[in-house]
Design a protein around this ligand. Structure first.
Ligand code: C2E
Ligand code: MG
Ligand code: MG
Length: 644
């Protein structure tokens, strides 16, 4: 392009020079012609040579350029000598000479000017044409590149001249930038939410932490995990869940913008400080943290923002989140460790109520270390059979007859002593060790019950807790029938306890298997009812026989009228649905009396007995004698307090 422009200018300059030269020659010719004319017409005056004065430098230059070197001043006017006789000279006015010459050359000059103008115009056209020819393939190339982007809303006009080409190149620059951003998004970010993925987020914070370290300042990392997102997915389907995640990402983005926490190369680029680590886990990096309080205010903002209703189509749902905060360099010194510590703090937020934030503290790290320690130990414990079962009776409230025993597992740790299931079952579930452990529990519970059954406890069942992880990984029917066959225990002596939350996300396959087990005689109980937020309408169609009301309601109902009312309603509803009701966690006789008045028939709790080892249970059931057992198929287990 530059070349073309320079070419035009060069030829224009050449034309101008030739034009000026010709004009000059024309003027000289005209002056020469006029000079002769003046002589022949005797249009000169004769003066004394002594009266002539030498010209100033400037006037001398002018007259010399016009080839009239013999110019002098006479009475303040420039005159040219045109003849000489002795001391007299013939002179004529230079001004008149020049003026007459201009008049004379007017027509040839006009002709020359016209020729020059025409030449310039032709030249311009020639160059335009030449340029158009030269850029034509270029324009075609640019157009084909633009059309290769296959833009659906392509309202771009083809390039046909320099301006068009310029415009096309601008357009090309713009779309190639957009493509660059898209390509970056494609390889750097999570396809669903368009947030940076874990790998690139880690890479980004790695660089930023180096800057933080150099500046001697602090940075913050927020680990955000949605509460109960799994139930949303299970209840409404995965595409609904995906929509929720997209909206969550959008809300987080808006907070990042509002709070000026952005890290972007330009307006279109990806937001590098915000990432989706996977599933329902998000992280936010705060580069400059003047005060850890700042990260708290961001966390509070996020919690509030996510608590607002999510509207998807005609559905409105509520979601909350738990947030863990880790501070660099206080909590950890590397990106991985920072995320891990924020995760630990988030886990604490979950266990301490959900919908809250927690800042990482070393004590939490200790908990994490214990988690990993127990996980390692549990693997060995499974090999060395360090687990044992305890049995807790569930009795009839009227005659204290044993209805069934709940099998509750314990871990006999060589150094720590007995470890309770509340601590190790969640770890076993996280690591899937529950599958192996659960097999042993079921087999052991059936084996023990078969022994008691054969001793006369024909009407008593053994109740085994089944974890949601087992339900997900096993074919329930085959698993249970195999264990029953192995132990020889009749199906009607077995009960399975499944927590309420499992039913919310249960598949049709599970429902069918539960139905099959029930038709064989196995009883199914909903465990911890009241804590899983299942809707009451779901309850009507569940393949269950027993509803175990969570301990929370029994504990609270004594002094809290609201819980009293809920407990009353649950019992009423269960009885109307013809479910057997068991109340868990009875510790005091007031609770027992309350349940009796509400119409509950079966109770379980420390008031009757703590979970006991099998030999203790054996002694207790034989207390009333073999005959009693042979007649009734059960035994009695009165409360431990004297008046009962
Ligand atoms: P769960 O199935 O609801 O079992 C009842 C828990 O309540 C038992 O705790 C029992 O000891 C406790 N409990 C019973 N009566 C009272 C009472 O009056 N007061 C108080 N404070 N607690 C009472 P445990 O044995 O510590 O088990 C805790 C949970 O661990 C169980 O809750 C169950 O979810 C799980 N778990 C226990 N054993 C197994 C098992 O073999 N397999 C599976 N998957 N989970 C188990
Ligand atoms: Mg249970
Ligand atoms: Mg329970």
């Amino acid at each position: 392009m530059e070349q073309i422009k320079t070419g035009t200018w060069k030829s224009n300059a050449l034309f101008m020079s030739v034009f000026l030269l010709l004009t000059y020659v024309l003027l000289l010719a005209s002056m020469a012609k006029n000079s002769n004319k003046l002589v022949t017409q005797n249009s000169f005056i004769t003066v004394d040579k002594a009266e002539l004065v030498t010209l100033s430098h400037f006037d001398k230059l002018i007259t010399t350029v016009l080839l009239n070197p013999q110019g002098y001043l006479y009475r303040d006017e420039v005159f040219i000598i045109s003849g000489q006789q002795h001391n007299k000279v013939n002179i004529h006015s230079f001004e008149e000479h020049l003026f007459a010459s201009f008049i004379d050359m007017a027509i040839p000059f006009a002709a020359l000017f016209l020729i020059a103008l025409t030449t310039i115009v032709i030249n311009a056209f020639y160059y335009r044409n030449k340029v158009s020819k030269e850029i034509a393939p270029l324009c075609r190339k640019v157009d084909s590149i633009i059309s290769s982007y296959q833009l659906s809303n392509n309202n771009h006009q083809s390039a046909a001249n320099i301006n068009g080409l310029n415009h096309s190149l601008d357009f090309l620059q713009q779309i190639s930038h957009e493509y660059q951003v898209k390509a970056e998004e494609h390889s750097f970010c999570d396809k669903l939410t368009h947030l940076v993925d874990r790998y690139h987020f880690l890479e980004h914070i790695n660089k930023q932490l180096t800057l933080t370290a150099a500046a001697g300042t602090k940075s913050g990392l927020l680990f955000i995990d949605l509460d109960g997102f799994k139930s949303v997915n299970d209840s409404y389907g995965h595409s609904f869940g995906d929509e929720v995640l997209i909206q969550v990402a959008e809300r987080l983005r808006s907070i990042v913008r509002r709070k000026n926490l952005s890290f972007k190369q330009d307006n279109n680029a990806l937001e590098y400080n915000l990432s989706r680590l996977g599933g329902d886990e998000f992280t936010l990096f705060i580069q400059h943290l003047e005060d850890p309080e700042h990260s708290i205010s961001v966390a509070i903002d996020i919690l509030q923002e996510l608590e607002r209703d999510f509207i998807l189509g005609n559905k409105t749902i509520k979601i909350s989140a738990s947030i863990g905060i880790a501070i660099y360099p206080d909590s950890a010194a590397t990106p991985h460790a920072l995320i891990q510590m924020a995760d630990v703090a988030m886990y604490r937020a979950k266990t301490e109520g959900r919908g809250v934030y927690r800042i990482y503290s070393p004590e939490m790290g200790a908990k994490l270390r214990r988690y990993h320690y127990l996980l390692d130990e549990m693997r060995q414990a499974l090999d060395s059979s360090n687990f044992f079962l305890t049995f807790q009776p569930i009795i009839e409230i009227n005659d204290y007859g044993i209805s069934y025993f709940e099998a509750l597992v314990r871990w006999q740790h060589p150094a720590e002593g007995t470890i309770g299931p509340d601590e190790f079952i969640p770890i076993a579930e996280d690591s899937n060790l529950i599958l192996e452990l659960g097999d042993w529990i079921l087999d052991e519970a059936c084996r023990q019950m078969a022994a008691w059954y054969n001793a006369g406890m024909k009407k008593v069942r053994i109740s085994v807790n089944v974890s949601p992880i087992q339900l997900k990984h096993k074919s329930l029917y085959d698993w249970i029938t195999a264990s029953l066959a192995k132990s020889g225990l009749p199906a009607h002596s077995l009960m399975l306890e499944i927590t309420e939350s499992c039913f919310i996300e249960a598949s049709d396959k599970l429902f069918n298997e539960l139905e099959k087990l029930r038709s064989d005689g196995v009883m199914i109980a909903i465990d911890d009812f009241g804590t899983g937020f299942s809707s009451l309408s779901v309850l009507a169609n569940l393949p269950v026989d027993v509803l175990k009301i969570d301990k929370l309601f029994v504990t609270e109902a004594i002094h809290n009228i609201k819980y009293h009312k809920i407990l009353h309603s649950i019992v009423d509803m269960a009885l109307k649905l013809e479910l057997k009701v068991v109340a868990e966690g009875i510790e005091h006789k007031e609770q027992l009396e309350l349940l009796r008045t509400l119409g509950v028939k079966k109770i379980q709790g420390y008031l009757i007995s703590r979970p006991q080892r099998s030999n203790y249970v054996g002694d207790k059931i034989f207390e009333h004698g073999i005959n009693h057992m042979a007649q009734t198929g059960t035994s009695r287990w009165p409360p431990q307090i004297n008046e009962y």
